[in-house]
Ligand binder design. Structure first.
Ligand SMILES: [Zn+2]
Length: 154
């Protein structure tokens, strides 16, 4: 990892075409393998790993992300040029911003801490790890907003 004078961790990231780049300061607070079907379709991958930062730790260094929302309160961001999935924001967990592990320049530095939406995994998905298997979302969210699965706006 890059080292600055204060020794804080800095990670960099970019989309496939390079139009969008970002820099993340400090440690992510949560890293989770996610098997849910919304993310599967949005990202085009059987599962992904989300790397969670506070919004204040995230800084775009190049380009502008496009955003899309199908679910009330949930905003997904991506590169409008190459389509790389980048981020996930949820009003129900206001101080959290998730980035796809594939967006990072050094994805090997991130170790998942749990499996979320384990019950929605594809039937051939097997992991030899001993991480917790959580059957729904792995974060506490504002109960007023409910679960993303119950609040599709389309
Ligand atoms: Zn791009």
């Amino acid at each position: 990892m890059a080292v600055k004078e204060n020794n804080a961790r800095v990670e960099t990231a970019a989309c496939f075409c390079g139009a969008i780049a970002a820099e993340m300061q400090g440690e992510p607070f949560w890293i989770c393998t996610d098997h849910d079907d919304d993310c599967r379709r949005a990202i085009g991958s059987p599962l992904t790993v989300w790397v969670g930062y506070r919004p204040s730790q995230f800084k775009l260094t190049r380009g502008t992300m496009k955003t899309f929302s199908k679910t009330t309160g949930v905003t997904r961001s991506f590169c409008g040029n190459c389509g790389t999935s980048i981020g996930y924001r949820d009003d129900g967990i206001d101080d959290e911003f998730y980035l796809t592990i594939g967006f990072f320049d050094h994805p090997e530095r991130f170790q998942p801490e749990a499996h979320a939406y384990w019950k929605l995994r594809l039937p051939w998905v097997e992991f030899a790890d001993r991480l917790p298997r959580i059957d729904d979302y792995s974060r506490q969210r504002d109960p007023e907003l409910g679960n993303p699965r119950d609040r599709h706006s389309l």
